[in-house]
Design a protein around this ligand. Structure first.
Ligand SMILES: Nc1ncnc2c1ncn2[C@@H]1O[C@H](COP(=O)(O)OP(=O)(O)OP(=O)(O)O)[C@@H](O)[C@H]1O
Ligand SMILES: [Mg+2]
Length: 365
């Protein structure tokens, strides 16, 4: 069992000097037992710093970390019952796989027979039994990654911390390791905290995603929540590929109808939280929610195709309406020529409305 709780946690590097830098800015977070929690955000947003504070490898500037209701701010890393797997695996090159996995246990003078049992059991789960006698340099990237996992596993930690452990692997191996991590998480019934800047990794692995930006938490939720109901412009733009389209405009209240108006585009919107006529808004619509229609369909929008990308089973179409550039996805078999006119509609239920000033999603309040 491991519940983790961050209370107003912050990290200021070089505090008191002119190079002072606040990397983590007072975050509150609850990680529940058996969560597969993914810290997701752009480079430099404070993911590694947060993870290292949890591991005890980085001093906490302000705030508190609790593990199972025990304040651990001053608890030594080795006494936190946490195992960390690093991006570069940090294996000892001169030791065999067996000795790499056994290393921590040997150091703690654990009984040889117990070590042997644990190493073999971990190797079995990770499918590296045949590699136990080899040196790290004789292994593939994925196998090395598994050795690093094995070394963490034999300690029976309550919490596994992983900092971009898959980033050194090629695309195919990464998919395979993702599936293995999901399986491992199920089998071990431990809490996982996993850092990545890769949204696909986050979407496929997480039970809960924490989106961070510039030292702040922007949103916490299931992968589905984060994708379907982004709380603000940052999350909406960060999750999803190609990115959500954003169109700046204003609200126009007209005969009881709410219209989003941008240049000569007028789109009827339904949103309870819009306030005043002329309120500045940003409309968000994902590429997959722009639908091609016949020309004379009511409220259709005319687009001019700039170019299209064939993605195999679908196309990314880059088009514009006046000064507004849009990306849409389409299953059309038609060959679209550049400059061709097409007509589209926005899927009404999938339109997001953000307040331009606060950046908040007015449909998710
Ligand atoms: N030892 C340090 N001294 C000063 N600033 C630091 C130190 N370590 C990190 N930082 C800064 O703190 C911020 C957060 O760094 P951190 O390593 O936590 O980012 P990250 O989210 O893990 O990024 P990445 O995805 O690139 O690994 C960055 O702006 C970084 O430059
Ligand atoms: Mg990092």
């Amino acid at each position: 069992m491991a519940n983790i709780y961050f209370k107003n946690l912050s990290k200021i590097y070089s505090k008191g000097t002119k190079n002072e830098f606040e990397a983590v800015k007072g975050i509150d977070l609850e990680i529940e037992d058996e969560d597969f929690l993914v810290l997701l955000g752009p480079s430099g947003c404070g993911k590694t710093t947060t993870l290292r504070m949890l591991a005890g490898l980085e001093e906490i500037t302000n705030g508190e970390i609790y593990i199972d209701d025990i304040l651990v701010n001053d608890v030594e890393p080795k006494d936190r019952n946490i195992a960390m797997v690093f991006q570069n695996y940090a294996l000892y090159p001169h030791m065999s796989v067996y000795d790499n996995i056994a290393f921590g246990l040997k150091n703690r003078k654990v009984d040889k027979k117990i070590i042997d049992e644990k190493v073999k059991n971990a190797a079995k789960i990770l499918d590296i039994e045949r590699e136990l006698g080899r040196k790290p340099k004789e292994l593939s990237g994925g196998q090395r990654q598994r050795v690093a996992m094995g070394r963490a596993m034999v300690r029976n930690p309550k919490v596994f911390l992983m900092d971009e452990p898959l980033s050194n692997l090629d695309a195919k191996l990464r998919v395979q390791m993702r599936n293995e991590l999901i399986k491992l998480h199920k089998d071990l019934k431990a809490t996982f905290v996993f850092v990545t800047h890769d949204q696909i990794e986050a979407m496929t692995l997480a039970t809960k995603i924490v989106v961070m930006n510039e030292g702040h938490i922007m949103q916490v939720g299931s992968p589905k929540d984060i994708f379907n109901s982004p709380k603000n412009l940052f999350v909406a733009g960060f999750i999803g590929s190609p990115q959500m389209n954003f169109i700046e405009g204003k609200l126009s209240l007209n005969n009881g109808k709410s219209l989003f108006v941008s240049d000569d585009m007028k789109i009827e919107i339904e949103c309870e939280n819009i306030k005043s006529n002329n309120q500045e808004l940003v409309l968000g619509i994902r590429p997959e929610h722009i639908i091609q229609v016949e020309k004379d369909t009511e409220n259709s929008i005319e687009l001019r195709v700039n170019f299209s990308e064939n993605m195999g089973s679908y196309k990314n179409i880059y088009a514009s309406h006046g000064n507004v550039d849009l990306i849409m996805q389409s299953n059309t078999e038609d060959i679209l020529s550049n400059n061709e006119k097409i007509y589209v509609k926005f899927d009404k239920n999938k339109i997001h409305i953000f307040d331009k000033q606060t950046t908040l999603n007015l449909k998710e309040m």
